[in-house]
Design a protein around this ligand. Structure first.
Ligand code: KDG
Ligand code: MG
Length: 412
């Protein structure tokens, strides 16, 4: 489908920068001078997506009609024969986001208008609260509630372990758990009995101290077996969590049938998924309550819309992944969807390093723990300052790895 008109894609560029975190940003330009931006950031494996885009996708896009978003999606998904996978899908996601951005700019409308229009005035978000002690974690939640958040995720250091996932060191801001102190991954330690002993005590202390007037979330970060996860879900029922996230790795979707059969604690999963097929059994069997995919890793707006439409049929709501390693462009794509779909649940919003604001400016803003968006800015509403990006050259970092106390590898 070669394009000859004003909407023809005439240039494709990939911007790589590390303003506090690493971001890979796709830039598509059209014959009539429109520019679309897409997020292709895959934390810890960024340059694999850069090569995929530069070496394999860019030649395919030049000369194509940028308005054919659905067809270009199929072309990039079915065309290479090799489907799915985080690298491929992050690349496709960025193209899709950039095409929606251009479509919105061509129409003079924000993307959420093209998706059906505004369904709500603002989006509830959740930030990360944490502490080395239960008291610190409670104080961290209280501070977030003070700022106006209606939902908060809490993690705290597990007594007896030298380090715990999700504890922000040396900086109270959400994005601060910078992994790498060396060029290689940090090694963290894990022990399931210590974790299972601690988390119910933490959650009880939180509710005893702060009450039930806000949504409380916790992330298990893929550490438990299905049986352990079922036990934890049951144990946490009196604390009425908004969700318990990623209790077990979800490659094995049917594991969730066991967990769901044993607990009424709502379950969320999906931040590492990259297609609707990863969600299919979980959603259609009603084994989960929230689907956590992000537009950056799950095929962009086009594919996420299909996932959320499927989810809506089964009462599953959105909870798009929104760490600071999803760039402000990918965050904007999540947000436009969130404003339009009927089954929005919550948007994770972890915040960004200050330097990121030198590169990205957005039409969404965080007001008292909720996201608002400017109706008047067309497209995704994110501008990228390429010159500023050059001031922050790529800085390779790895996520930590996780070992049990006997030294064997566990899931991080
Ligand atoms: O890149 C991985 C992080 O984004 C992930 O570990 C954060 O689990 C996470 C979350 O829920 O935001
Ligand atoms: Mg998570």
């Amino acid at each position: 489908m070669t394009g000859h008109g004003s909407r023809t894609i005439t240039d494709v560029d990939v911007v790589v920068c590390s303003p506090g975190r690493s971001y890979v940003t796709l830039r598509l330009g059209t014959a009539d001078g429109l520019v679309g931006w897409g997020d292709a950031t895959l934390n810890g494996r960024e340059l694999a997506v850069v090569a995929y885009l530069r070496d394999h996708v860019a030649p395919l896009l030049l000369g194509k009609d940028s308005s054919r978003i659905g067809d270009l999606w199929q072309y990039l998904y079915r065309g290479p024969y090799w489907r799915r996978g985080p690298v491929t899908m992050a690349a496709i996601s960025s193209v899709d986001q950039a095409l929606w951005d251009i479509q919105g700019k061509a129409a003079g409308m924000p993307v959420f208008q093209l998706l059906g229009g505004r369904a709500r005035e603002r989006l509830m978000t959740y930030p990360h609260a944490s502490g080395h002690t239960v008291e610190d974690a409670i104080a961290s939640i209280a501070a977030k509630l003070e700022e106006g958040y209606a939902a908060v995720r809490v993690q705290a250091s597990v007594p007896g372990l030298p380090s715990t996932y999700g504890i922000h060191v040396g900086d109270s801001r959400d994005h601060a758990y910078e992994p790498a102190h060396t060029d290689l991954p940090d090694e963290e330690a894990w022990n399931t009995p210590l974790y299972l002993d601690f988390v119910p005590k933490l959650m009880k202390a939180v509710r005893d101290e702060l009450g039930y007037g806000f949504n409380l979330l916790h992330d298990g970060h893929h550490r438990l077996t299905p049986t352990e996860a079922a036990w934890l879900g049951k144990e946490l029922e009196p604390q009425r969590l908004f969700w318990l996230e990623d209790v077990t790795p979800a490659e094995d979707q049917s594991a969730f049938s066991l967990i769901k059969a044993h607990t009424t604690t709502p379950l969320a999963v999906g931040e590492v998924f990259n297609s609707i097929w990863d969600c299919q059994q979980l959603v259609t069997n009603r084994w989960i309550d929230y689907i956590r995919c992000a537009t950056t890793h799950t095929g962009g707006i086009t594919h996420m819309k299909r996932i959320l439409d499927l989810a809506d049929l089964y009462g599953v709501r959105s909870g798009c992944h929104g760490p600071s390693d999803v760039s402000p462009v990918g965050m904007a794509a999540n947000i436009h969807l969130g404003f339009a779909v009927p089954n929005f649940g919550v948007q994770e919003f972890m915040g960004y390093p200050d330097a990121a604001a030198e590169v990205f400016t957005t039409s969404y803003r965080l007001v008292s723990g909720h996201l608002e968006i400017d109706d008047t800015v067309p497209g995704l509403g994110v501008e990228v300052d390429v010159e500023a990006a050059e001031r922050f050259p790529y800085d390779r970092k790895y996520l930590p790895v996780n070992r049990r106390l006997d030294g064997s590898m566990h899931d991080w």
